[in-house]
Design a protein around this ligand. Sequence first.
Ligand code: PLP
Length: 381
Amino acid sequence: MIPYGRQDISDEDIAAVVAVLRSDYLTQGPMVPRFEAAVAAHVGAAHAVAVNSATSALHIACMALGLGPGDVLWTVPTTFVASANCALYCGAAVDFVDIDPVTWTMCPRALAAKLDRAAAEGRLPKVIVPVHLCGQSADMAEIGRLARAYGVKVVEDASHSIGATHEGRPVGDCRHSDICVFSFHPVKIITTAEGGLATTQDARLARAMDLARSHGITRDAAEMTHAPDGPWYYQQIALGYNYRMTELQAALGLSQMARLDQFVARRRDLAARYDRMLGNLPLTRPAPAADVQSAWHLYVVRVDAGRHRAVFEALRADGIGVNLHYIPVHTQPYYRAMGFAPGQFPNAERYYAEAISIPLYAGLTDTDQERVVAALERALA
Ligand SMILES: *Cc1c(COP(=O)(O)O)cnc(C)c1O
């Protein structure tokens, strides 16, 4: 079976992890700050906070922005459930903005209309979470402009998009947002096994996320309510969690960062090959916006809804490990129990009825890619 995605681990990656195992620190040592500095430098952010998953990063981002009971967070239905669940962790409510039918990311026109209504009703969201589906960037210039106009905070879910650029600048520099979140799950662009990271240009938000990932505990006398009792002293000044990334994960991440550009270049090359090879098939190919250079986490094709399931099953039967990203979050039972229902976000639901993620990862060979195309040709014949 050719999987839809998989990690690429080199001998250097393995050596980097083994070196940590032989070192003094398995956690809370020098590797996490080094990994954070490498990501921050690559994406042009002043601050980076590494944690044990992007889900945790989304949670501490919402905490740092003060999201709480009585507040609302808006995201898109076409995402992994974590983009919405982070609001519920904070005791806030969730609502959704439909996707654009062409780019499949948050539709700025739908957002503008919904913000206008919400402002009139006095129910503006506190935070919006656009999702950079498949390795793109959402239309952050327009989303950021709307958010500033309405006084709403923005967290980019860039779990798919480390290495992407928008307007010629790296995703993660937060020029249109408050915080940007990356995932390092093995299917993503680079991996730390499990892991995530939040970038920001705002030192206060970075410090709040730093506290939230480690119990809300400080060892900085300047942050304490009184002078330290002694050299052993720390104070808990907020409620935090243990969301820390280990030294092993950070060492793997740092080693992977050295190959990020290479991974993304190969993914772009494979995506361009798919574009050429699939040109004559009855399917819709991805269409990132002109000012976006996608990192190509996923290559999604859309086929006729009437044949979707049969095509998907034929590909699986043919040894192609296709997948579907994503089931609209508002149709999940947990969200339906809050009152959401099918029919509310038609673009996301139509996308779900047609989308198939075909194999794309840095280690995919040209020959395997040709097998995928041949299987698609058979399935669509
Ligand atoms: C993978 C992913 C997440 C969650 O990432 P983890 O690191 O597995 O917690 C969140 N949002 C999106 C869009 C993702 O693809």
